[in-house]
Ligand binder design. Structure first.
Ligand code: BMA
Length: 339
């Protein structure tokens, strides 16, 4: 096949109108966290990693600081917040002191949290002068972090499974091979395995962008997988681009839309996709998702907590605020159609 044919195949076709599923309930307190809740300099508060340990909810969020009113971003750090109910959050007085001990470091962002055997792990993206890397760190107190792994560039959106599968740690990730995809943004979700969280291998393509009808450029892991009797539920993000979208946020042009989707993986063999919901789960529809934000039309799921039969899904909205939506696990499972 010649390159022009491949390029033609990769050309994004407009996705058109989309609608959230009616099994999704946005929390009436949304947005549950904004820059106004942060006791230090802050402009955009989004993409939260969330976990629950001994009845306490813990959140690490991305804080792009500067001035919301002046639409100015000066830098990025990570904030820590605690909650008793997963809805009302109290932000700690200072941002996390989390950097890499390397000259190469620019900034860290988009954290995800998971507990494995009651230990807290944070996965994150790091911009470096030599590419974007995805990292895994362990912490007990959010003051000291042990960096366990930093991927080669470019990679982002690592989420860890909350337990070993067949004695191996498992992660989902989203490498972004620009050169290998003709310079176009066209990226997929991969799965890898490790005996110790440090050495990763047996990597396989798990879900490709062309498998998701509501994406036309890229998909990526969202929240750490949730174990259910029917399989691992994975909330992911899906992106479609439409060049006719004009000014759609602070930037001159922002032509992408981010939605949330869900798939189900085999419990014993998570490289096997058992089911996929053909429609998106959450589509930007509320004002805090579609307007007044840094990048409008963004729903970016990064945290999920299972309580009984209810799943709390945490997401960044419009790259500006943090929101919560809930749904019943059995409804999520039944929306996944055989893959
Ligand atoms: C992705 C990441 C996220 C962001 C999203 C939408 O590529 O940069 O941090 O929320 O784009 O802008």
């Amino acid at each position: 096949m010649d390159l022009s044919k491949i390029r033609e195949n990769f050309e994004p076709k407009p996705v058109g109108e989309l609608k959230s599923q009616n099994i999704i309930k946005r929390h009436p307190a949304n947005p549950i966290l904004t820059y106004k809740d942060v006791p230090y300099i802050s402009a955009l508060v989004f993409n939260p990693g969330v976990c629950k340990l001994k009845d306490r909810y813990i959140m690490v969020f991305r804080n792009d600081y500067g001035s919301f009113e002046e639409k100015r971003i000066d830098g990025t750090n990570l904030g820590l917040a605690l909650s008793k109910d997963g809805i009302k959050w109290k932000v700690k007085p200072e941002p996390l002191h989390f950097t890499l001990n390397e000259k190469d470091f620019i900034r860290v962002y988009d954290p995800r949290l998971v507990t494995i055997e009651e230990k807290i792990y944070m996965t994150f993206a790091v911009d470096t002068w030599h590419g974007i890397r995805a990292g895994i760190a362990k912490t007990e107190d959010f003051e000291q972090f042990e960096i366990i792994d930093l991927s080669t560039p470019d990679n982002r959106n690592i989420v860890l499974f909350p337990e070993k599968v067949n004695s191996m740690y498992v992660r989902l990730e989203r490498p972004f091979p620009v050169y290998g995809r003709l310079g176009l943004e066209r990226f997929d979700i991969w799965i890898s395995f490790s005996p110790d969280l440090r050495y990763w291998g047996d990597s396989k393509l798990l879900l490709a962008v062309e498998d998701v009808l509501f994406a036309n450029i890229k998909i990526g892991p969202g929240a750490p997988p949730i174990k259910t009797d029917s399989g691992w539920l994975v909330i992911f993000h899906a992106v479609d681009i439409d060049s006719s979208r004009g000014k759609n946020g602070w930037e001159e042009k922002w032509t992408k839309r981010y939605t949330a989707g869900v798939m189900l993986l085999d419990l014993k063999n998570p490289t096997k996709v058992l089911g996929l919901c053909k429609e998106p789960l959450i589509v930007p529809e509320e004002k805090y998702e579609t307007s007044d934000g840094f990048r409008n039309n963004v729903v970016f799921p990064t945290g999920a907590i299972l309580e009984g039969d209810e799943l709390k899904i945490y997401y960044g909205a419009a790259d500006t605020v943090i929101c919560l939506a809930t749904t019943k696990v059995e409804d999520l499972v039944s929306t996944c159609e055989e893959f």
